[in-house]
Design a protein. Structure first.
Length: 117
C-alpha cells in the first residue's frame, strides 16, 4: 500500500499559479491510477482531476478544466497538479489519492491552498 505526502500548497492571489506535488512511498506507484480531490470548509470532498497509471488518460472536473493540469512521473513516484488562473473558489485542502481515478482508497494528509481576491 502506498503512502502519500502532498506539498506545494500556500497563499496566492487570484489569477496566480501553484504547483502541487504528491510523493509516493512504494514501488507499486506506477501500477495505480491517481487523483486529486479537494475539500473546502463546510463542504464535502470533491473530485478535481485524475490520471491513469501510464499518464495517457486524464479527467478533470468542469470547474478546473482548462486551468489545471495533472501529470505524473513514474520514475520519481510523483504526482503533480499545475494550477493556473486560480480563483477564490479554488480555496480548499487538496488531497492526492491512489487506487482508482474516481474512488481512491489511499489518501495523503492534504495541503492547504488559499486564493485571495
Amino acid at each position: 500500500q502506498l503512502q502519500l505526502v502532498e506539498s506545494g500548497g500556500g497563499l496566492v492571489q487570484a489569477g496566480g499559479s501553484l504547483r502541487l506535488s504528491c510523493a509516493a512511498n512504494g514501488r507499486a506507484f506506477s501500477n495505480y491510477a491517481m487523483a486529486w480531490f479537494r475539500q473546502a470548509p463546510g463542504k464535502e470532498r470533491e473530485f478535481v482531476a485524475a490520471i491513469n497509471w501510464s499518464g495517457t488518460n486524464t479527467n478533470y472536473a468542469d470547474s478546473v478544466k482548462g486551468r489545471f493540469t495533472i501529470s505524473r512521473d513514474n520514475a520519481k513516484n510523483t504526482l503533480n497538479l499545475q494550477m493556473n488562473s486560480l480563483k477564490p473558489a479554488d480555496t480548499a485542502i487538496y488531497y492526492c489519492g491512489s487506487g482508482s481515478m474516481r474512488t481512491p482508497n489511499v489518501w495523503g494528509q492534504g495541503t492547504q491552498v488559499t486564493v485571495s481576491s
